[in-house]
Ligand binder design. Sequence first.
Ligand code: KIV
Ligand code: ZN
Length: 534
Amino acid sequence: MTNKTDRIIIFDTTLRDGEQCPGATLNIDEKLVIAKQLARLGVDVIEAGFAFASPGDFEAVKKIAEIVGTENGPVVCSLARAIKADIEAAAEALKPAVKGRIHTFISTSDIHLEYQLRKSRAEVLAIAEEMVAYAKSFMTDVEFSPMDAARTDPEFLYQVLERAIAAGATTVNIPDTVGYTTPSEFGAIIKGIIDNVPNIDQAIISVHGHNDLGLAVANFLEAVKNGARQLECTINGIGERAGNASLEELVMALHVRRQYFNPYLGRPEESQESLTNIDTRQIYKTSRLVSNLTGMLVQPNKAIVGANAFAHESGIHQDGVLKNKLTYEIMDAQLIGLTDNQIVLGKHSGRNAFRTRLKELGFELSDTELNKAFVRFKEVADKKKEISDWDLEAIVNDEIQQAPDLFRVELVQVSCGSNARPTATVTLRTPDGEELTDAAIGTGPVDAVYKAINRVVNVPNQLIEFSVQSVTAGIDAIGEVTIRLRYESKVFSGHAANTDIIVASAQAYVNALNRLYASLQTQQKPEEVTAQKV
Ligand code: KIV
Ligand code: ZN
């Protein structure tokens, strides 16, 4: 492979770097659901996790390698520190993948060397070389990252990269670990690498960056102009601190402005050919899935996938769009898979119509999942006359959610009003199968429900986020509730959809409590896992 590829490789790290943001923790089944959707989206590489970090991470990488890492599927990758045990775990977990990649890294900036690694440059050079060669002994596809590259002395960076490529790295990734660089500076770093690393033509140049200054996407686009050919990004830009570069923004910038970027990839300016392998019509669905499963809400004004991204409020804009869409729209909403929210099904629709529509929407459900989703569909259709594609998506996402089924909501009843004290009664089925009922008074109906649930579950926690969003317009709309709660230093999220927002609130809370409860039951404490993440 050389860095002369004339298209952009999309390396998705939602399941590794993305999952590192507080509360976004996913279980293995949820990771698998996302990995399958990333494969449908057409990403080239899925960084499935950090195999050595915990038994759960190891299993997730292994399962994704097995099920998604097929002949025609993406490359499946595991992160590994430049340490033998990490590399061995990555290699072992990736065994089932047809195309596997070990991504090994070590810090190279002086500040990291002095305070974190306590190693000299010479020591880091030797470790990088030795560990890339070690990774290479397990598989041919090896990626090397000099962590904090954007703040590394360029001369030292060139040396490390040269040694890593000589030892067998086929991709060299340049991380802006702390989100510090700027577009022209990052472009110059990439150009410097091409000009000064003698064997750079034997590797693909990749970029990785965080969004602390809101510049990650701009930095990457400048890197592309200077020769980077792999972009490491996450769905909805989730990730450590301010997040990672957002996949949907990068892909759509490269798509909408392909005539601008074509010459930088050696293509004729007028070429209409896509610069990535991404099926853009899968973008919106992937964004919703990741948001629902991680509990990380998408801000309404978020580029590409925010609720307002295609809404025109001003009269002048609306007038222009009605006359000619191109007056104020640079891309068609359908390009990212947003349909016109057609009314497609109702309470008389049968299982076949339900299955067919879901298939058209790109959902592949097992028979059990389909049956469960159909029961939910009928319940919703009884209350809501017309079921849109967005409702269907909310129902299915809710059903395939894989929060551990420990406590289950059996009954929620509230009494509230202008001159009443909000009171709730809840019945939960406990993990032992016992039904427990309790009641509480709160400041409002949701508060009362949560207090009643707390009396049953009895795990002290702090609610740090509560949000209700309606899936469609209309008084009978499905409400989606997303919550995040804190237990000691850990954050857990929960999500649920229902036409009754009090019921959705109770279910979302119990989902989050179930995740908390499950983490308390696992042998490895959550803090130990967090400490190993990078
Ligand atoms: O931000 C970073 O530097 C990373 C590396 C492990 C690539 O995530
Ligand atoms: Zn990172």
